[in-house]
Design a protein around this ligand. Structure first.
Ligand SMILES: [Cu+2]
Length: 494
């Protein structure tokens, strides 16, 4: 019973549109009706043995329609505005309004057509990473095809015999660093053994974005914004699973760094790579998997340990937001660095002293972006709520929600300890913004949790049945409603 028909039944649920079922993943049909991929996101039946749809938190699914015997998708390469965390809206390049672009899901054996329109101001080309397809569909600009000019279109079409975690991306190197990638999941003809109840995909990316500049520096190699599916903690949406679910997590990396992704509280096995399913003889216990550049890693585990567990890159600098010494005015004692220093100092490569010292110390600017809009020095001693609220008032788009300020607890003689401060002002209660990132998936988290979530970080929430049902009900209520970030207004419409 591990076949597509079961998948359809589980995806749609009984009575949830059986008439539409043939359009979903299986039989070709020619109506050309648009797909409602929303239905794919919540296969709630736990009939093990079925293939479940892959969820990509914080990213949309790409709908398709059947045209001339092929599943036809439409991708538009274009500049996008991506909100990494509340208030940090940056100019990236992506597909169909987001970076990464929407997730494509198909079945092994499908005939697939992808229409790619280039709405960028320069040529682009789409590469299908790892696909065994004819070379003229490979998207290598200059060798397999002419680049797609601005305003141009290229139609890719191929039959897919592979299965696994794949991705699509621009084959222009700098465009990759502007965000141009998306997940491309090829479901196998039969569910893998053992089958999973929940299947998630997370794309790992990194950007160099200085405070006050909304455009990433794609030439830079010092990355200070690290994202899961285009969001940095605490704006990442947690993975919600029911206690004792079997879970697959598909990690995809396209950037300049390799990321050791660590899952708390559970032991997993690596069941797949960017090349597809790996034989069971290779599965050994792990809790961290190094996802190299251009690689994918599928990991699977039994979510048998209840709690809100972190999933994060373990590179220390990838567990922070806006990690940068170039925070200009954010310094200690009103006498620190000003903006616009030379590169050595500007990049935190100091000739003397240490980067977190009294004189040089970057402060809140390394955190959530609050304060980086200031244009004069601001003491970074234990910050007081009034100071932060004044700072927040100066940020465009902010309404009434505030960061939940609390003074960090430091020892009386803290300043006499060489190296102090390290994390005292960079994470913790002073950085909490629970309300600003409020969403159903965050329901019931420990108050103040958001102060400790930055960079490539999210939660695996292993919930007992009642709590799981509660979160799912909240999520269902929110469906169809506009979902502005609380505490934010969005001036960037139209
Ligand atoms: Cu990392």
């Amino acid at each position: 019973m591990k076949n597509r028909r079961d998948f359809l039944r589980n995806t749609l649920g009984l009575g949830a549109g059986l008439a539409a079922a043939p359009q979903l993943f299986a039989a070709p049909q020619n109506s050309g009706a648009s797909m409602d991929m929303e239905h794919m996101g919540h296969a709630t039946q736990r009939d093990s043995g079925a293939i479940v749809s892959v969820e990509t938190p914080d990213l949309p699914q790409l709908p398709w329609r059947m045209v001339g015997g092929a599943k036809e998708f439409h991708l538009i390469a274009e500049p996008v505005k991506q909100e990494l965390v509340p208030g940090k809206i940056v100019n990236l390049w992506g597909y169909n309004g987001s970076a990464p672009g929407p997730t494509i899901q198909v079945n092994q054996g499908d005939r697939v057509r992808v229409i790619v329109d280039n709405h960028l101001p320069e040529p682009t080309s789409m590469h299908w990473h790892g696909f065994e397809i004819p070379v003229d569909m490979d998207g290598a600009p200059g060798s397999s095809q002419d680049p797609i000019p601005p305003g141009g279109r290229f139609v890719y079409e191929f039959t897919l015999h592979q299965a696994g975690t794949f991705f699509y991306h621009s084959h222009m190197a700098m465009q990759e660093m502007m965000g141009m990638i998306g997940a491309f999941i090829m479901h196998p003809n039969r569910a893998y053994d053992p089958p999973v109840d929940k299947d998630f995909a997370i794309i790992l990316q990194e950007y160099a974005i200085l405070p006050n500049n909304p455009i990433p520096n794609s030439m830079n190699m010092e990355f200070n914004w690290l994202t899961f599916n285009g969001k940095a903690g605490p704006a990442t949406t947690p993975l919600i699973v029911r206690l004792n679910d079997r879970v697959r997590l598909r990690l995809i990396n396209l950037g300049m760094d390799h990321h050791p992704i660590h899952v708390h509280g559970h032991t997993f096995v690596v069941t797949g790579t960017e090349g597809g399913r790996q034989p069971k003889t290779t599965w050994g216990p792990k809790n961290t998997v190094l996802v190299g550049v251009a690689e994918a890693a599928d990991v699977e585990f039994a979510a048998n340990n209840p709690g809100d567990w972190m999933i994060h890159c373990h590179l220390p600098h990838h567990m922070m937001n806006q990690m940068s010494s170039v925070v200009g005015p954010m310094t200690r004692g009103n006498k620190g660095m000003t903006a616009g220093l030379d590169m050595e100092e500007g990049m935190g490569i100091l000739r003397e002293g240490h980067a977190t010292s009294e004189d040089k110390g970057p402060s809140l600017g390394r955190g959530m972006g609050v304060g980086s809009t200031r244009d004069h020095t601001l003491g970074n001693g234990p910050l007081r709520p009034a100071q932060v609220n004044r700072s927040v008032d100066g940020m465009p788009g902010m309404q009434h929600e505030r960061m939940q300020m609390a003074e960090p607890e430091v020892a009386k003689d803290a300043n006499s300890v060489p190296g102090f401060p390290q994390d005292a002002f960079m994470e913790g209660p002073a950085m909490a913004m629970d309300k600003m990132v409020d969403k159903p998936e965050n329901y019931g988290l420990r108050p103040g949790w958001s102060g400790f979530m930055q960079g490539m970080m999210t939660f695996l929430r292993v919930l007992p049945p009642d709590m799981y049902d509660k979160v799912m009900a909240l999520r269902e209520q929110q469906k169809g409603k506009p979902q502005p970030m609380q505490g934010m207004e969005h001036p960037h419409h139209g």
